[in-house]
Design a protein around this ligand. Structure first.
Ligand code: FAD
Length: 652
């Protein structure tokens, strides 16, 4: 068996984005020896791409804002399917997390009187997003990295070893969470490989925090980067933890549509927050035709009123370009389908007629350069062409709201985009960066407390480590036939499999979903999974991207099946899940969470062949949501609750 290097830590955090770094800082501040592992270079997490800002009800620009209003907006955005306790903690703690960042050195844009500036965003009643131009994620990551370095300097002084209590393993991929031997065991560590050398390693630890981000690379058109292959979702499933409401995938309304090489790259919502308007090929501001009943009273009914709101928000209602993302994405999709799209299959987004060139370059510097360099479009003089792009997954690892502990696996925690529940069926812009900080801190804190409270360190399942190594090496010997198949078939190319998967998910489980297409998708996933067992690569283990992709395929296929199965099951349209055959939100579904588990936990062991590949890997269960606490319900008008809550909840 291959050589596997081993080290012992107290807490291992998988992922060095906002959630992972905040968790690691907290665990280290609790005095525990903490390791952070990331697939890319340190600092190159997905969080760095975040543009618009961090949502926190500091009330700096409009003092009407407070955590209760933020909570209300978050539940409305998520169409009341949010884990309400998470939404409550998030709204209450987000301001502290932003102020804390400032004390660690973050430099936010300021208001005229020197406070942290806050901007408007879709679905937020007041200007709420603390920001740094349109490069907020960069400042967030820079600040957290700086904090990591300062803690390491303290450790260098105290222990003579700057990595003694906090170490980052960059360009390393985790492929398995390892538990104690036996059924239902607790977490004992992680298995992974170093991308450059190809060497295997095991980090032993009683607590593991998964903070690996999202799943976008399962779809063809996406704003997500190469890292988003659903690894953390799959790691949790394979370790025995369930995933929650995976049907809810957010298609951001505004991605670039041209040229083809950059299709999907994000056009930040700040463009609309700062005054950008959407028009169709006839020049019409079509969003006024798409205000759903539940939002009618909150949005302007005429262009004049919408325009006045930017100057006088207390006496006017906001323009419908600032509806939650799911509404805007569906509207754009409908306009394009009706033949009123732009030349390259999107619609027009214009700031050039709304702000001076100087202001555009100052407030939206990245967008200005992005369009100039990638599409040769000057957004200070012309409209952009935009269309929906797969952006974020609301579904994720089912966690305890207070502690971020994963359900059913002691010692496993999850935070950030990989965790489910906080955003319900649709996330509001800006609520991810605040989620990372609030629940990253909580995950680090509770993972540390759990590890510190154990009487003995868990024992690693040695067979599971051998199986994980065999699984990782399989692509190098894929020329042999899979069990039950003819001899002599050539290995499958992982890149081809990936493209076929992305195309299938885009076409069959995309923004508008239909029963027959989702069944077709599930069938294709079975075929792809069988072929993926023969995904083969040439060469050796030193930096071999084909090998890395062959291993990532397992994760994307698992996650895609969760999305397709849950989407087929939920026969209503809600938030990020739109069914053409069930076009309205059905209140009776409000109480239903869809939970995905591995169908056959024994087959999760890397060395076992899948006995019945056709059946699929996922078992779906309906679990009733906990009733929302009465004092939180009291924050809403009764007439509004009638639109969302199930009949029996209203009586209760
Ligand atoms: P990430 O920041 O992606 O970090 C994931 C980490 O996990 C990485 O370090 C990665 O290398 C590591 N990893 C993954 N798999 C493995 C593995 N198997 N082994 C080891 N390491 C692994 N949200 C907002 O609130 N406001 C915004 O303005 C905003 N703008 C956005 C703009 C863009 C273009 C995009 C794409 C998203 C935006 N979002 C925004 C969403 C937000 O950025 C993400 O949801 C958030 O950054 C996710 O953070 P995270 O810590 O969960 O994951």
């Amino acid at each position: 068996m291959s050589q596997v290097e081993r080290q012992q830590w107290d807490v291992v955090v998988i992922g060095a984005g906002g959630a992972g770094l905040r968790a690691a800082i907290e665990a280290r501040e609790q005095g525990l020896r903490t390791a952070v592992i990331c697939k890319s270079l340190f600092g190159k997490a997905h969080t760095v791409m975040a543009e618009g800002g961090i949502a926190a009800s500091m009330g700096n620009v409009n003092d009407g804002d407070n955590w209760q209003v933020h909570f209300r907006d978050t539940l409305r955005g998520g169409k009341f399917l949010n884990q309400w306790r998470m939404a409550e903690l998030h709204a209450q703690e987000a301001p502290d997390r932003v102020w804390e960042l400032e004390t660690w050195g973050a430099l936010f844009d300021r208001t005229g009187d020197g406070r942290i500036s806050q901007r408007n965003f879709g679905g937020h009643e007041y200007p709420r997003l603390a920001h740094v131009g349109d490069r907020t994620g960069l400042e967030l990551i820079r600040t957290l990295q700086q904090k990591v370095v300062s803690l390491q300097q303290e450790d260098a002084t105290e222990l003579g070893d700057h990595e003694g209590r906090l170490k980052v393993f960059q360009e390393c991929t985790v492929t398995r969470v390892i538990k104690e031997p036996g059924d239902g065991g607790r977490v004992a560590g992680v298995f992974g490989y170093d991308r450059e050398s190809g060497r295997f390693f095991v980090l032993e630890a009683p607590s593991v925090v998964i903070a690996t981000g999202g799943i976008g690379k399962s779809f063809k058109v996406t704003s997500n980067s190469w890292e988003y292959t659903g690894d953390g979702h799959a790691l949790a499933l394979l370790a025995g933890a369930p995933l929650l409401n995976m049907e809810f995938v957010q298609f951001h309304p505004t991605g670039m549509v041209w040229p083809p090489s950059v299709k999907g790259i994000l056009v930040t919502e700040s463009v609309r927050g700062d005054g950008g308007v959407l028009r169709n090929s006839e020049g019409k501001r079509f969003m006024f035709d798409y205000i759903p009943d539940v939002f009618k009273e909150k949005y302007a009914q005429s262009e004049d009123e919408g325009d006045r709101w930017y100057e006088d928000p207390d006496n006017n209602r906001r323009p419908p370009e600032l509806l939650p993302r799911d509404e805007v994405a569906r509207a754009i999709n409908a306009e394009v389908k009706a033949g009123r799209g732009s030349p390259h299959g999107g619609v027009f987004l214009d700031v050039s007629t709304r702000m001076s060139a100087d202001v555009i370059r100052r407030r939206l510097p990245s967008m200005y350069h992005q369009f100039k360099e990638l599409a040769d479009v000057d957004i200070t003089a012309e409209a952009m062409e935009v269309g929906p792009t797969c952006h974020y997954v609301m579904g994720g690892i089912a966690v305890d709201s207070d502690t971020a502990a994963a359900v059913a696996v002691p010692g496993l925690y999850a935070a950030g985009e990989v965790a489910g529940g906080m955003h319900g069926s649709n996330r509001l812009g800006g609520n991810s960066l605040s989620d990372l900080l609030v629940f990253g801190r909580r995950a680090g804190l509770h993972a540390a407390r759990y590890a510190a409270g154990l009487e003995r360190r868990p024992v690693l399942d040695e067979e599971a480590i051998d199986a994980a190594a065999a699984e990782a090496l399989r692509p190098f010997s894929a020329e042999g036939p899979a069990p039950g198949e003819e001899d002599g078939r050539p290995p499958e190319n992982p890149y081809t499999l990936h493209q076929e998967l992305q195309q299938s998910m885009n076409d069959l489980v995309g923004i508008i979903r239909r029963d027959g297409e989702m069944r077709q998708a599930l069938q294709r996933l079975v075929e792809l999974r069988q072929r993926a067992r023969r995904a083969g690569v040439e060469g050796h283990r030193q930096f071999n991207p084909g090998w890395h992709l062959a291993l990532d395929l397992r994760n994307m296929l698992l996650v895609s099946e969760c999305i397709a199965r849950s989407a087929l099951e939920r026969t209503e349209s809600r938030g990020g899940h739109t069914r053409e055959d069930f076009p309205v939100m059905d209140r009776s579904w409000r109480r239903a969470n869809l939970v995905c588990r591995l169908a056959d936990p024994a087959a999760a062991r890397a060395d076992l062949e899948d006995p019945e590949p056709v059946r699929g890997q996922i078992r779906l269960e309906r679990v009733e949501t906990e009733p929302i606490r009465p004092d939180l319900l009291a924050l809403f008008e009764k007439e509004e609750l009638v639109k969302y809550l199930a009949e029996e909840e209203l009586y209760e």
